[in-house]
Design a protein around this ligand. Structure first.
Ligand code: FCB
Length: 443
């Protein structure tokens, strides 16, 4: 890590921290909340590394005021959280549950009272179980249900949320949730999961229209991106790299930015109907970029069900998730988006960037996380470098404010600027929290 001061960012650049509902809220049966696919999945033996569930998580539902105070102390200008659809519509349809809306209204008003912009994600993977039982995102109707839900939320909060994010990482929800069965709802459809991509995108487009009709503020989507690093230089390796890139980086972004679906071996677009692509390409105010690491790719073995093979990237430091630490990958990615989409690319906000380490308090009770500081330092400089090369980036959010329930990894991966002792729910800001405030936000 360099000791040079952090370069200047433009005035008004949005510094933030991110979380999601199921990972922090707990209180999964409080005030009329219905079950989501993650409740079902987490309660299925063998699905979660440590056998835990999100039943309590960080108990944020009851402790949100303490967490807003942590955000205020961090001096971020924005907080990205997600709204749990099953709190608003316990079965994914019908009128809003007022108690669910009340919770997010209290949160939003508390944020505004502390000068923190609320940035709300409408879908961070916690689909109401009743919708899953009716076919979930494999069913076109779920897209329409999503737009109705967006309308209910916008009717209450549209005047106060400063940036709406329709979907979080539809690629990960499709691939891990429906392609490989590692996330809820646990389906293993490989390429037959494509309708899940299309229906999420259609739901996004319909939700954008619903938000606009309510006169709500700016709208974004948060995609996961992973630039390809080829692990060979044969024509077959290059073709495999292009196929992986089309699947991970273009399948969602090409249609969002008006290009239609990319060519991809094995992709059956039978779910696409006339007019859908126009709905999906509704103008966006911001493109949310979630970045963790690049992906090493080479040609697949003969007979593989996939047109590529993923290989570990050697020669980099690794996080506790065993993800390689490659700050340049973020710069490369931002430049690639800029080159690929040109004028069609809206301003970017990095809506997730962060790392897991096995952070625990020292004997003095403090939590020192120099690896996280180095990680964030490198990635923030990478953003600044891409900006110097002409990419318009207007925000950067750390994943995550708090250590939290990391999906299939349960409580075993700590991503927070703030340590959480899950037995006592005690919050302890790590050294990266003060570093982010003092060296990045305040300067
Ligand atoms: C992203 C998710 C987020 C968190 C981080 C580590 O894919 O959007 O909820 O799990 O990874």
């Amino acid at each position: 890590m360099t000791t040079a001061p952090m370069p200047e960012f433009p005035a008004g650049f949005r510094w933030g921290a991110s979380t999601s509902a199921y990972q922090i809220e707990g209180a999964t049966t409080a005030d009329g909340r219905g079950p989501s696919i993650w409740d079902t999945f987490a309660h299925t033996p063998g699905r979660i590394a440590d056998g835990s569930t999100g039943d309590e998580a960080c108990d944020h539902y009851h402790r949100y005021a303490e967490d807003v105070a942590l955000l205020a102390g961090l001096e971020v200008s924005a907080y990205r959280f997600s709204i749990a659809w099953p709190r608003i519509q316990p079965t994914g349809a019908g009128p809003a549950n007022p108690a669910g809306l009340d919770f997010y209204e209290r949160l939003v008003d508390d944020l505004l009272g502390h000068g923190v912009d609320p940035v709300a994600t409408l879908f961070h993977w916690d689909l109401p179980q009743a919708l899953e039982d009716a076919g979930g995102w494999l069913d076109r109707d779920t897209a329409h249900r999503f737009a109705e839900y967006a309308d209910l939320v916008a009717a209450r909060l549209g005047d106060r949320v400063k940036l709406w994010i329709t979907l979080n990482e539809p690629f990960i929800h499709m691939s891990l949730g429906h392609g490989m069965g590692m996330h809820a709802p646990g389906r293993m459809l490989l390429f037959d999961a494509f309708p899940v991509a299309h229906h999420q995108l259609l739901g996004h487009g319909l939700a954008v229209a619903a938000l606009r009709a309510r006169g709500s503020g700016p709208v974004a989507i948060a995609n996961n991106y992973s630039p390809v690093r080829l692990a060979g230089d044969s024509d077959a390796d290059r073709a495999a790299g292009a196929a992986y890139d089309a699947l991970h980086n273009r399948l969602f972004t090409d249609p969002l930015l008006g290009r239609g679906y990319p060519e991809l071996p094995g992709l059956d677009t039978a779910a696409v109907r006339d007019g859908d692509l126009d709905v999906i390409a509704a103008p966006l105010d911001v493109l949310g970029v979630n970045y963790y690491n690049p992906t090493g790719v080479r040609a697949a073995e003969e007979g593989s069900p996939l047109p590529f093979e993923m290989v570990p990237l050697a020669g980099y430091p690794r996080t506790a998730f065993d993800w390689p630490v490659v700050p340049d990958g973020l710069r490369d990615l931002l430049l690639q988006l800029h080159d690929r989409y040109g004028d069609a690319l809206p301003p970017i906000q990095v809506t997730e960037s962060g790392c897991a380490y096995d952070d625990e308090p020292d004997t003095d009770g403090r939590v020192h996380d120099p690896e996280r500081i180095a990680y964030l330092d490198g990635h923030i400089r990478a953003v600044r470098a891409a900006m110097a090369e002409g990419v318009e980036v207007t925000g950067y959010f750390v994943w995550s404010l708090l250590d939290n329930w990391e999906w299939a990894e349960g409580f075993t991966k700590r991503f927070g600027l703030v340590h959480v002792d899950y037995a006592t729910q005690r919050r302890t800001p790590k050294s990266s929290y003060a570093w982010f405030r003092d060296r990045v936000i305040r300067r």
